[in-house]
Design a protein around this ligand. Structure first.
Ligand SMILES: [Zn+2]
Length: 97
């Protein structure tokens, strides 16, 4: 299967709302399964995106609704930093191997 075919299939799933297409700065398009609420931590150096989940953040929607009167139906969070590899590469931590 070619990359274009994979991309087109992902695009179709995104159009159907089954996955979420994200554009993060100038980093290549990143597709996500929208089934589970989860968040991204993005490396400022290499652009790597790693997913993590944090259940407590659903409270944010309730707080937002309560404080603003909005009918809240979602939220989006991105966390930035340096991935473990780039920390080593940039000398932020001593290499341990
Ligand atoms: Zn990195």
């Amino acid at each position: 299967m070619s990359v274009a075919t994979v991309y087109n299939n992902l695009k179709l799933l995104a159009d159907l709302g089954l996955i979420e297409e994200m554009n993060v700065g100038d980093v290549a398009t990143h597709f996500d399964f929208a089934l589970q609420p989860h968040y991204h931590v993005i490396c400022r150096n290499c652009g790597k995106i790693v997913d993590f989940s944090y259940d407590k953040l659903t409270d944010v929607e309730q707080v937002a609704a309560a404080k603003t009167g909005f009918l809240v139906d979602g939220h989006h969070l991105e966390v930035y930093g340096l991935c473990p590899e780039c920390q080593v590469k940039l000398g932020k931590v001593p290499a341990d191997r």
